[in-house]
Design a protein around this ligand. Sequence first.
Ligand SMILES: [Zn+2]
Ligand SMILES: [Zn+2]
Length: 332
Amino acid sequence: MTRLLVALVVGLAALTRMGSAQNAPSSTQWYRGNLHAHTINSDGDSSPYDVMAWYKRHGYQFLAITDHNTFTDPAPLDTNPNDAFLLLGGEEVTNSRTVHLNAIGISRVIPAQNGSTATELLQASIDAIRDQGGIPLINHPNFGWAFTATEMLPLKRAALLEIASGHPLVNHQGDGNVPSTERMWDQLLSAGLRVFAVAVDDMHNLREEFTNERPNPGRGWVVARAASLTRDRILAALNSGDFYASTGVMLKDIQVTADSLTLHIDPGTSPGSPPHFRVFFVGQDGRALTVSNDNPARYKFVGGEGYVRARVEDSNGRRAWTQPVFMKATSP
Ligand SMILES: [Zn+2]
Ligand SMILES: [Zn+2]
């Protein structure tokens, strides 16, 4: 009889910790950050300092300012070493064909890249970002209906894909013919690409009234698990998928063991009418595995899922997405 060995390939840092779960909680923390923000250095309405200050005041621990083809150096802005806030070097590499990628953690400007197809522009940008030790984030594929999974499937060294945004014009839900960006993510994962999903603000506006028509801050973010708040550790967490994406649902913990994925949802503190949560566990090709109303919500691996990820939805429409646990079936 063939025995199926399940090898968990992603979330390596998480798995290592799970191996020594008793000392894990004290050694890592969760840090909330936004990876997409504009200032007056491109088409935003506020200074880099004011944008950074907004995030500091609103419960974030890290931020990348990502102006169009303009590098924002954290050194002159993030000058307080004791404020538990980290500004990462950033830029939105803004190419022709509406092919935009955020460069997270870079140290000098990256010009718009050359290429005759979306795939060429994506790959050239990824390579330029990786060459600086930065983390490439593929932004809003459906903005301008610029590209789909077809154009992303040949990519090498991709890391992050934007699947949710505070920007009102980026069409993340698709139209039924063009897939949603969450569906594109499943297409990439199912083809074996190691890509992790992020939610972002793509914020431009702080000054006027916040409305659904304006790209204001505070709508989409990531929460990364790291031993401390340093550039290298946050970038490593992003690169290895040791984080989750959120538009409002917060998690207390994500546990991956050899046989299960468990989410501990933070129920929040709203008095009187607390939200309810549903957790959708998703496998290869976006297949629905199970739905759970439990907290913690646990999925036990059965083998053959390809990968297992979770999307949490609350009763007010807010969401969180955990990164895939890749499963490889091998015969002894
Ligand atoms: Zn953009
Ligand atoms: Zn942008």
